[in-house]
Design a binder for this molecule. Structure first.
Ligand code: F6R
Length: 241
């Protein structure tokens, strides 16, 4: 795993944004795997500004997101579809029909997981996957204990994940208990992976990822099975390295 260390969150966002826009310009029909949460917001702002200033085009780009809460409609401000629309898609020239997320409101959720996994395969897989990391080592919503062989599946969120994400909701009771997430094997099929992390709250997880061996108790450690992973993190997140 290659590590790029930056001074702070802003520099992390710029470094990752520059690498990403280079990839998009050299492969205008790239398929991006995207994440939500606080970590990629600065990168998305970089992409929007670059689109406005330098006219990088997304008209052939496809995107597939890692995950979606079960039970939240796209119109719900806490759904990941809503997050992506407002933080990225509506500011770019990407075609709405080329942006994919699991649908957490269908009645047959198992069928939705299969549909999403096949959809990813059908569009030729992910060229570049962006990942954040949970303090418990989750990638996507693959919580500790998830099989490294998992494909898109339903996950029950860990209580510490619901607590961490309750900052976006009125109370923890409103945080959904389940989500649909790409599996670990799904993520590992991407051609290239950027894992992003910022702040001291992620320092222990990064130390475990970089220094320790592989274990299904720590989902991000599966990334050691992948040959093209770059960690882009600020010095607070890398403080134990
Ligand atoms: C988001 C996702 C999660 C987050 C992780 C870190 O789509 O799949 O794995 O990347 O929970 O979240 P933040 O960036 O909010 O610290």
């Amino acid at each position: 795993m290659k590590i790029i260390s930056t001074e702070n969150y802003q520099e992390m966002s710029i470094k990752a944004g520059l690498l990403l826009t280079e990839k998009i310009r050299s492969n205008p029909a790239i398929t991006l795997g995207l994440a939500t949460g606080s970590t990629p917001k600065g990168i998305y702002q970089f992409l929007i500004k670059d689109h406005q200033d330098n006219h990088t085009t997304y008209n052939q780009v496809k995107s597939v997101n890692l995950d979606e809460y079960i039970g939240l409609a796209p119109s719900n401000p806490n759904s990941y579809r809503y997050f992506m629309q407002h933080n990225l898609f509506e500011h770019l020239d990407i075609q709405g029909s080329n942006t994919y997320l699991p649908n957490g409101t269908v009645s047959d959720l198992e069928a939705e997981c299969n549909r999403y996994e096949k959809l990813i395969e059908g569009i030729g897989g992910v060229d570049l996957q962006l990942l954040g990391i949970g303090q418990n080592g989750h990638i996507g919503f693959n919580e500790p204990g998830t099989s490294f062989n998992s494909r898109t599946h339903i996950i029950t969120l860990a209580e510490n994940t619901r607590l961490a994400n309750s900052r976006f909701f009125n109370s923890i009771d409103e945080v959904p208990k389940q989500a649909i997430t790409m599996g670990i094997a799904t993520i590992l099929k991407s051609t290239e992976i950027f894992l992003l992390a910022s702040g001291e709250a992620k320092a222990e997880a990064l130390a475990r990822l970089i220094n320790d061996g592989m274990s299904e108790d720590f989902p991000a450690s599966a990334l050691k099975l992948h040959e093209n992973v770059t960690i882009i993190a600020d010095k607070d997140a890398l403080k134990y390295i």
